[in-house]
Structure formats: C-alpha cells, structure tokens
Design a protein around this ligand. Structure first.
Ligand SMILES: Cc1cc2nc3c(=O)[nH]c(=O)nc-3n(C[C@H](O)[C@H](O)[C@H](O)COP(=O)(O)OP(=O)(O)OC[C@H]3O[C@@H](n4cnc5c(N)ncnc54)[C@H](O)[C@@H]3O)c2cc1C
Length: 371
C-alpha cells in the first residue's frame, strides 16, 4: 500500500506493478504532477496528470481516492477516508509518500490566499487569472514563488514578489540568486526583500497586505508560495518527517515500512544524506523502494542527483549535490562545485539543455572513481 498520490507514490506503484507486485495507491484527487503547477499548468490553468483512471487500470494499480486518516506502522494497515466512507487496507509492505505540506504559515488572513503548489489550489486560482491582467502579490521567493512570478508576468499580469530574505532564491548558492533576480527584472517582476507580513485582508477581488517595514501592499490577488513544511500522517505518532531511511529507503525499527520522495531523507551512495527535495530524487527513491520490495537487495540511490528550474525563459539545471561543494567556479559553460579533494561534486548548467547530459556523465565518472 502506497500512501501519497504524487510523483513518488505513483512512480513506486507503477514500478511495483511492472515488477509483478500488486499495489494500492492512496491519495485524494487526481494523480497529478507538481513542477508544471508553476510553469505550463499555471499558464493555462490545467494541472497535468501523471496517470488517469485508464492508465492506472492498465498498470493494474488499485486506487483509493481519499486521505489516509490512520496509518498503523506496526500492523501495516491504512484507514482511508473516501467520499463513500472509510476503508481499511492491510499491506505486506507500506510505502509512505505524503510529500510536503504547502499550507501557509499562521499569519492572520494568509490562509485565504491562493496557493498554486497543489493541483486543487491551481484549479481554485485559475478562474481569477483568466479574467484578464491582474495585480498579483506573490508571497515567498523560493523556487516555487520565483517560477510562479515569472510565469504570471509572462502571462501579462502585474507581479510583485516579496520575501523575508533579501534576494530571490536566496537560500541557493550563487550564481542562482543573481541569475533569478536578473530574469525577474527582465520579465518586469518587482521584487521586494526584507518583507515581514503581519496580516492579510482579502476581499472579493482585492487584497491588502500589512507589513512590518514596508507599509501596506495592495493587489487584486495574493498567491502564497511560502514553501513546503514536513507533513503529518495521522497515527504515525513519534515519526517525524522528513524521515531518515536506510539505503533501501526502509524506515528503521519498522519492518516492511518504506518512506520515499520529499518525506524522506535518502542516503545517496556518493553524497550520503540528501535533504533537498526535488522531483528526480522523488522518482529515484520511489524506484529504489519498489525494487527492494520486489526482492532486489542491490537497489540503491546511485543515479546522479538532479533538479531543474524554469524562470520564464531562464533554464537552470543542477547535477550532483551542491551541499558537498566547498568551492564553486566557472569552468567553460558550466559552474562547477568541487569538494575539498578538488573533485567535481555538482554542476550548474545555465540555458544549455544540451550540456546536461555531459555534466551528468562527468559526475557519474567522478562517482565511479570514488565509490
Ligand atoms: C509547485 C511545485 C513546483 C516544483 N517544481 C520543481 C522543479 O521545477 N524542479 C524540481 O526538480 N522539482 C520541483 N518541485 C519539487 C517536486 O515536484 C517534488 O520534489 C516532488 O513532487 C515530490 O514528490 P512526492 O511524491 O514526494 O510529493 P508530492 O508530489 O507533493 O505528492 C505527495 C502526495 O501525497 C498526498 N498526501 C499527503 N498526505 C496524505 C494522506 N494523509 N493520505 C493520502 N495522501 C496524502 C498529497 O495529496 C500529494 O498528492 C516542485 C514542487 C512544487 C510543489
């Protein structure tokens, strides 16, 4: 039984099914992907599905369209709340893939803001954007907020992006914040840093955001892009996310229980624990768990880690693990992060999709020589 119908949960169920292991996929609503929610899906107002009912059926994945309201890690069963009532399913193996919780922080009124980090949130936001160019205040300038601001500006909206930090994508190493800031300026997005929001007043078609040092900010609508926090799973008292797992994605102390995707802290063969949640890591960790469940004890997270970001026309791709780098430098078309033995551990590729593959190959070779 796989709890969570995002990319990790779906990938795990699909891989299990291909390996001949019957899988039940638990989660509310469509099996939808996340990265398009700040890009193409935001531009046209339609979430992108990872799989529809036909595809799930063709893969022999049983679907329980509801929320897990009780997860018993010892007995390995899950109670699911669905429109028709509750159902409890027992599992030989339990895979937890609840992702992150994108609920905004408890600032008065911010809970009424729009949220495009979830498929349901995008569906709620889309009609307001379709009504014509709007003044949009995007709160939060991490990857989600920056991409959202860029896509909305490209769509003709008047976008103001604010954050407590001084720079967009300020938690990522250079030159990412500098490149992101330049791309936003080119697109006409106003960015204000150092903004502490104290209250949000949202009425029909207008919003006033009170701040500590920047007075009142006025907009037609507010989008909260305030990031993901660790989720909670009812019944899993004592288990805090993101959960540490072994190299086979098993939760220690719990037989037959695996954690994958953003909810896990996976162990990479070269880089050790990785705490940066990204799409490709969700896919890879889900595949490792599925292979282990099917009996392949050699399965490990050994592919070169990868994340990407599209900020309007700016395309960023990073291979490897920036957390392992002690120094970054420009090397030809790449920005390369090296460890204290001067080995390449991460490569940032800017606006050059064709250089992603050679970057991956270089890091795979370095991994081969060190692991
Ligand atoms: C808007 C957005 C844009 C992104 N863009 C990029 C990008 O450009 N590049 C990149 O590398 N990464 C990107 N990411 C990160 C990437 O999408 C995530 O790392 C990935 O989706 C994690 O997969 P996951 O399955 O662990 O979690 P999710 O995809 O978030 O799925 C978790 C699922 O679990 C379900 N769930 C939660 N609790 C329960 C419960 N109690 N019962 C049942 N189901 C439950 C949720 O409803 C959800 O469907 C983006 C993320 C977001 C949100």
């Amino acid at each position: 039984v796989v709890v969570g119908n995002g990319v990790a949960g779906y990938t795990c169920a699909a891989r299990l099914s291909r390996l001949g292991v019957p899988a039940v996929l638990v989660g509310p609503g469509p099996v939808a992907d996340r990265p398009p929610l700040t890009k193409r899906a935001l531009a046209d107002g339609r979430p992108r599905l990872l799989a529809d009912a036909d595809r799930l059926a063709a893969s022999s994945i049983e679907r329980l369209d509801g929320v897990a309201v009780a997860v018993d890690l010892v007995g390995r069963n899950v109670t699911v709340e669905m429109p028709g009532g509750r159902q409890t399913v027992a599992a030989d193996h339990l895979v937890l893939a609840p992702g992150l919780d994108y609920t905004p922080p408890p600032v008065p009124g911010l809970d009424r803001a729009f949220l495009n980090a979830t498929p349901a949130g995008l569906v709620r936001l889309a009609p307001s954007l379709a009504a014509g160019p709007r003044r949009v205040l995007v709160v939060g300038a991490g990857l989600i907020g920056v991409e959202t601001a860029a896509t909305l500006a490209r769509g003709g909206h008047d976008v103001h992006l604010v954050d407590q930090t001084d720079r967009p994508m300020g938690r990522i190493h250079e030159p990412v914040p500098t490149l992101a800031a330049a791309a936003l300026t080119t697109l006409g997005v106003r960015f204000t840093g150092g903004v502490g929001i104290t209250a949000v007043q949202i009425d029909d078609g207008s919003a006033v955001v009170a701040t500590r040092d920047h007075g009142e900010l006025v907009a037609d609508l507010v989008v909260a892009a305030t990031g993901g926090r660790p989720p909670t799973l009812p019944g899993c008292a004592g288990l805090s996310f993101p959960a540490r797992v072994d190299e086979g994605m098993r939760l220690s102390g719990h037989d037959g229980v695996f954690v994958v995707g953003d909810a896990a802290v996976p162990v990479h063969v070269r880089y050790g624990e990785i705490r940066s949640p990204h799409w490709d890591t969700a896919v890879r960790t889900a595949e490792v768990a599925a292979r282990r469940i099917a009996g392949d004890e050699t399965a490990r997270f050994d592919t070169v880690p990868y994340w990407w970001s599209d900020i309007g026309p700016l395309s960023l791709a990073e291979l490897g693990h920036a957390g392992a780098a002690v120094e970054w430098g420009r090397e030809g078309a790449w920005y390369v992060g090296r460890d204290d033995a001067d080995l390449p551990v991460a490569i940032l590729v800017v606006d050059a999709p064709r250089l992603v593959r050679p970057a991956r190959e270089l890091l795979a070779a370095a991994q081969h020589s060190t692991v």
